[in-house]
Design a protein around this ligand. Structure first.
Ligand SMILES: NC(=O)C1=CN([C@@H]2O[C@H](COP(=O)(O)OP(=O)(O)OC[C@H]3O[C@@H](n4cnc5c(N)ncnc54)[C@H](OP(=O)(O)O)[C@@H]3O)[C@@H](O)[C@H]2O)C=CC1
Ligand SMILES: O=C1CO[C@H](CO)[C@@H](O)[C@@H]1O
Length: 344
């Protein structure tokens, strides 16, 4: 007898243009290997895990030119549509414009190239990946992100995407953008997790109708990211384990649920089917006030994803650190040089 496939029912948040975005989506950054090369060898695992994610009910796929997996995503989506599992209009596809394509006219070139790789007529959301603009050979191009955003507004007008937004913008950058744009960004995609609560930025975005989408939402909690120096909570943290047990959930599910209750959409990445299922199974319990207060105490401003090798570039959004290479995992140290991206 065949066992029925698990299904998850993922609710949505409403964007400021009326579109709905699932509260949990599927992240597709595969990371870098020890040689600082993109882990493209994992693309077949991604195909399998993403196919499963769509089968069980994921509808938001978060990707980027940078991730080099748009062709694989396009293939999976095409197959799932052909199998009758999903219709294109039921999916929400996000991609991002990389730093080499920040001139107004280059934005459309970048988006059209993403569409070609994805084999789609439109995406649902395009983001400026980072506020800095950097040439292929690593030069700080100093292009104002307001120019890049005008490029996105043009792309929206042409129907290549249904919504536009930004990523990794800090509070001042959001304020300046909102004071100078014609279309309010639908989202700001930022790192947010139990250590990095981003209270002020999240509240500002939410007060202006900009949905916060959180990335690296497990922070350094998961074994693959934890280092001896990274702060609590790790996955075996007693407070978190006690809270998780109370709801019959995993610590990682509590972390995602906490963000959901803050009105933040998430895009956890996993290549393991069990974890893909687990990460979306967070809508059948509610954290109470006491637990929320306990969890909030872990917010200490610790950032997991610090590309400090860019910290001297114009519009770098985070605080500079004294030794830019300190604390950067080996696999990220040379990432800056490995990030060069051609259009094809
Ligand atoms: N806009 C931006 O600049 C950025 C955007 N992103 C986007 O956000 C997505 C998510 O962020 P990411 O940095 O990948 O980090 P996540 O916080 O999603 O963590 C991913 C890691 O956690 C592991 N993991 C996933 N689920 C579980 C679980 N339930 N229990 C234990 N371990 C788990 C994964 O391993 P395994 O695969 O083995 O399960 C993987 O190593 C990215 O894939 C990307 O789409 C990410 C960074 C920056
Ligand atoms: O999107 C991304 C994927 O992860 C990288 C490293 O953690 C980020 O810096 C990048 O912006």
């Amino acid at each position: 007898m065949r066992t029925a496939m698990a299904k998850v029912n993922i609710p949505s948040f409403k964007l400021n243009n009326g579109l709905e975005i699932p509260a949990v989506g599927y992240g597709t950054w595969l990371g870098l290997d020890e040689k600082m090369e993109f882990k493209i060898q994992d693309a077949s695992k991604l195909v399998e895990a993403l196919s499963y994610a769509i089968d069980i009910g994921y509808r938001h796929i978060d990707t980027a030119h940078l991730y080099r997996v748009e062709p694989e995503i396009g293939q999976v989506v095409k197959k799932k549509i052909a199998e009758g599992v999903v219709k294109r209009e039921e999916l929400f596809i996000t991609t991002k414009v990389w730093q080499h394509y920040h001139r107004e006219a280059d934005v459309e070139i970048s988006v059209r190239a993403s569409l070609k790789r994805l084999d789609m007529d439109y995406v649902d959301l395009v983001l400026i990946h980072w506020p800095m603009s950097i040439s292929q050979d690593g030069v700080d191009e100093k292009i104002d992100y307001l120019e890049t955003y005008r490029g996105l507004e043009a792309v929206l007008k042409k129907g290549l995407t249904k919504a536009i937004g930004v990523s990794n913008f800090n509070l001042e950058q959001m304020k300046r953008l909102l004071a100078n744009c014609n279309v309010v960004p639908a989202t700001n995609q930022i790192e947010v997790n139990l250590n990095l609560g981003q209270k002020e930025l999240v509240e500002y975005c939410q007060s202006k109708g900009v949905l916060v989408v959180g990335f690296t939402t497990f922070g350094s909690m998961v074994p693959s990211r934890a280092t001896p120096d990274s702060p609590e909570p790790k996955i075996d943290n007693l407070t978190m384990v006690t809270i998780a047990k109370k709801y019959g959930k995993a610590v990682t599910q509590v972390a995602l649920r906490y963000l959901y209750q803050r009105g933040i959409a998430t895009i956890p990445k996993s290549l393991s089917k069990n974890r893909v299922l687990e990460n979306a199974s967070i809508f059948d319990f509610e954290l109470d006030k006491e637990d929320i207060a306990q969890i909030a105490k872990f917010d200490n401003g610790y950032r997991t994803d610090i590309p400090s090798f860019w910290q001297d570039y114009s519009n770098y959004p985070f605080e500079k650190i004294a030794n830019p290479m300190q604390g950067i995992p080996l696999s990220l140290r040379e990432w800056k040089n490995g990030a060069n991206l051609d259009i094809d």
